[in-house]
Design a protein around this ligand. Structure first.
Ligand code: FAD
Length: 811
């Protein structure tokens, strides 16, 4: 074993081998992989080997497409067969709702460049005669689906990595990881120590235990998973003979099973409701290549349905049953990237579909390590997306929920119940008593909308406009015509202090820092000029700045902030989390409410748009920003959590005779739509440049040098390819949700990022990206947006439909 290496990858499953290969491909040759036992000896060896591109997140779907395309390259480099069967796959819909979901997936596949086709049940039966047609309403064919040999594929990665210069040490367990002051690691193994500049946790079933070596409790849990292999089936033999090719894969959502051909029989696996975690506290180090005891009773409901839906399966003999564990994160997507708070420690774990995702994970992580950036949008699998609230028991509840719902539809207005409420503010019970329907916002219960007296506070889940529609409308009108109050505790809040704070923020942000008592809005860019943040910053004192941003991105942003801190201790950062909570009041009468709660002058001239002040509001010490995301006259009032209840009571009392209304996140998002305001992680993501995103007025290329300035300059001079656009959509009873294709002249040229119904202006709106040469086409109906399989006319609007001059915000 070497004594020093640039990278020590821990774990020789498919993911570790992919990371190793991609590091060599990216040019890092001095890299090693350390494996406790043999390659594949975690969850990899007993995988069913299926692969597909379908994923709820389009960026992960793209990475899955990359993985599937990679296998030919691996075979060529390594000379090792991956045992590929590119058979295609059918996704079978049993209900109209599932068919709508498939239509959405099909529409999304168009802009991702993936090959899918919608079929009737009859057409599906032609491709897969095992189907009992009457149980299905239709299907989607995904040409990219297939299966492979898990061990062959892992060895193909490993051989390719060795050819690229990597070394692999087998039968060598890593026992300890010790950080050095320079950020490198001493990797203590059973067979000696190795000094590594970087460590990558690809520990699969033991990823949690490797995390614990460095003080992390990773949100990852293994679940038992069963599939069975049938004896030879005459129906399969006959099909192969007459068609000359294999049967396609199939997913039967209703029965919660997946199926594929294996030799002359079939493989059938289930994601059963009565699922069972494996080793919820500690994975034993001596777990080897043994299998778990199968439990057919547990999967009996799925099998019964499967036998009805595919009668030939009921007649088939079972050759063997595999029950093996593999790992999941709380939302089912991988945990990839550098870990906030640790230097040179990287994760590529919780990869539940190693043969669909392993290649993409390896590519993303290697680029991140080598270039400082994953090279594309990996938010859906970024390890930073989970906060401290993702505890071991939270993970246990969420993983079980996720596993049991693997083949269930998640409706756009559906909030999942497991592990909730996790975090609540002091207003939780008050909000519930006022009819709030709550949603989960980065682990925090946040009001979505309010059911009036006599209306059940509950969402009816749907892809169409639903039961909240009239109530969200009433909230929007309440704000625009009077005044409303909403909880904003779910924003991210930070404080930057110290003599170096201003220079530090100026180097990170694209906009000039404000004067004391003022606010700015500012994007943050990576060196490539792509958007990695969008913030409101207040200068509270000479060496004190407050900042607000996206709640979901708190760890993502802290990781960036910490990585760029000056080494001289001149800047301190604090993430407030729930140490600072807030309420926002908005609407033309909001000033009146505020004035009733303070003896300070809050008139238009004394407390201007984009001012920041500290003042007592109804006896409560508060910080106030004169800005709101509603695009109306309004204020964000920030207080310590112990004052939030008192503040709310004071606001409600002061606003009672003015008709103050509660409004929730859905109304807030609707109000921002009619102002064309973008949202973080929808319109603003690391795949877009600031000018592409339409943030021109927040980019000051003449101020001091800042990260991403050169790239931003180039983008301004014409390098950017896309433009964010807002559109009215001629929708019927369903609005856009995000990820719908945008058509122009009969071709898909762009995609929707978000949208919905803008209640005050009474229009269905969408935001999205199109190539910039199309952005000027403002002809009525020049575009179409595909909603649930129907192409609806859409028209670009160049100005917000509400208050285009911005006079309301400044009144
Ligand atoms: C029954 C079943 C069916 C499946 N079917 C499919 C499928 O059809 N398609 C699909 O894509 N996926 C499938 N999977 C999931 C797939 O197996 C996983 O996604 C994949 O194996 C994850 O690979 P990994 O490299 O992350 O983890 P692992 O395979 O668990 O590898 C981790 C490796 O790290 C090593 N290690 C751990 N700790 C240390 C240490 N301290 N020192 C040194 N080495 C260490 C382990 O020995 C192990 O080899 C299935 C899983 C199961 C159980």
């Amino acid at each position: 074993m070497k004594s020093h290496t640039q990278v020590a990858v821990i774990g020789g499953g498919v993911v570790g081998c992919s990371v190793l290969y991609h590091l060599t491909k990216a040019g890092w040759k001095d890299v090693v992989l350390i494996e406790r036992d043999q390659l594949t000896s975690g969850s990899t060896w007993h995988a069913a080997g299926g692969f597909h591109t379908l994923n709820g997140d389009p960026n992960v779907a793209k990475l899955q497409g990359y993985t599937i395309g990679l296998y030919d390259e691996l075979e060529k480099i390594s000379g090792q067969s991956c045992g590929l069967h590119r058979s295609g796959g059918l996704l079978l819909a049993d209900t109209p709702e599932r068919m709508e979901w498939l239509k959405m997936a099909h529409a999304r596949a168009r802009y991702l460049g993936l090959e899918t086709e919608l079929l009737s049940a009859k057409e599906a039966k032609k491709l897969l005669p095992l189907i009992e047609e009457k149980y299905f309403v239709g299907a989607m064919l995904d040409a990219a689906d297939g299966n492979l040999d898990p061990a062959g594929t892992t060895h193909a990665y490993a051989k390719s990595a060795r050819i690229g210069g990597a070394e692999i040490y087998l039968q060598t367990r890593v026992k300890e990881l010790k950080p050095r002051p320079d950020g490198s690691w001493d990797v203590i193994t059973e067979k000696g120590n190795i000094h590594a500049e970087h460590v990558v946790n690809c520990g699969g079933l033991w990823a949690r235990e490797i995390g614990r070596m460095v003080g992390l409790e990773l949100p990852v849990l293994a679940m038992e998973h069963m599939y069975l292999v049938t004896d030879e089936m005459p129906e399969v033999v006959e099909f192969n003979k007459t068609h000359g090719h294999e049967l396609p894969h199939a997913i039967d959502f209703k029965a919660e099973i997946y199926m594929r051909q294996e030799r002359s029989g079939m493989v059938l696996g289930t994601y059963e409701k009565a699922c069972v975690p494996w080793q919820p506290r500690q994975t034993p180090w001596d777990f080897g290549t043994e299998l778990l005891t199968p439990d057919l009773d547990r999967i009996a409901p799925s099998l019964e349905l499967g036998h009805k839906h595919f009668p030939a399966m009921a007649r088939a003999g079972i050759k063997r049953i595999i029950n093996g564990p593999f790992t999941f994160s709380p939302d089912g997507n991988p945990l990839v990237g550098p870990v906030q708070g640790l230097r040179n420690f990287w994760c590529a774990c919780a990869v539940m579909a190693g043969f669909s995702q392993g290649g993409g994970v390896g590519l993303a992580l290697s680029q991140w390590m080598v270039n400082g950036d994953p090279g594309f949008d990996v938010w859906a699998m970024d390890i930073a997306r989970f906060g401290e609230w993702a505890t071991r028991s939270y993970t246990n509840e969420k993983v079980r929920e996720n596993y049991s719902r693997r083949f269930s539809i998640r409706f756009p207005n559906e909030e999942l119940p497991a592990a909730r409420p996790q975090q609540t503010t002091a207003l939780y019970d008050v909000m519930l008593s006022q009819g709030a329907v709550m949603g989960d916002s980065w682990g925090l219960e946040t009001p979505l909308w309010f059911a009036p007296k006599g209306v059940e506070p509950k969402d009816i889940v749907s892809f169409h406009r639903s039961n909240d529609f009239p109530h969200v409308k009433a909230e929007c009108l309440g704000v625009r015509n009077g005044v409303g109050v909403t909880e904003i505790a779910n924003f991210a809040k930070y404080e930057f202090t110290g003599p170096g704070a201003e220079a530090y923020l100026s180097r990170l942000m694209t906009n000039k820092m404000p004067r004391i008592g003022r606010l700015i809005l500012t994007p943050m860019l990576n060196p490539g000029g792509k958007l990695i943040g969008d913030f409101t910053i207040a200068k509270a004192a000479e060496e004190r700045f407050l900042m607000w941003g996206s709640s979901q991105a708190q760890k993502y942003h802290m990781r960036w902030f910490e990585a760029h801190l000056p080494g001289d201790g001149s800047v301190a950062i604090k993430r407030y989390d729930m140490g600072l909570v807030g309420l926002s009041i908005a609407g033309p009468k909001s000033r009146e409410v505020l004035q009733r709660l303070t003896d300070e002058d809050v008139s238009k001239s004394a407390f201007k748009f984009m001012d920041h002040r500290a003042m007592d509001i109804g006896n409560v010490p508060a910080m106030i920003n004169r800005v709101t995301y509603t695009g109306d006259l309004g204020y964000e009032i920030w207080v310590a959590p112990e004052y939030q209840r008192r503040l709310y009571q004071a606001i409600m009392e002061a606003g009672r005779d003015l008709g103050i209304v509660n409004f929730g996140m859905r109304a807030l998002l609707s109000l921002r739509l009619e102002k064309n305001f973008p949202t973080w992680f929808r319109e603003l993501r690391p795949i877009y440049g600031a000018f592409e995103g339409g943030l021109d007025r927040f980019i000051d290329l003449t101020k001091n040098d800042f990260i991403g300035r050169d790239a931003a300059m180039k983008e301004k001079q014409g390098a950017g390819k896309l433009r964010r656009v807002s559109m009215t959509v001629d929708a019927t009873d369903a609005d856009v949700l995000g990820d719908e294709p945008i058509w122009h002249g009969g071709k898909v040229i762009g995609w929707v990022t978000s949208g919905g119904y803008a209640h005050y202006v009474d229009k269905s709106l969408a935001q999205g990206y199109v190539p910039k040469e199309f952005a000027g086409d403002t002809k009525k109906g020049a575009f179409e947006v595909e909603i649930l399989g129907e192409r609806r006319p859409a028209t670009i609007i160049t100005e917000p439909l509400f208050d285009p001059e911005g006079t309301r915000m400044r009144m």
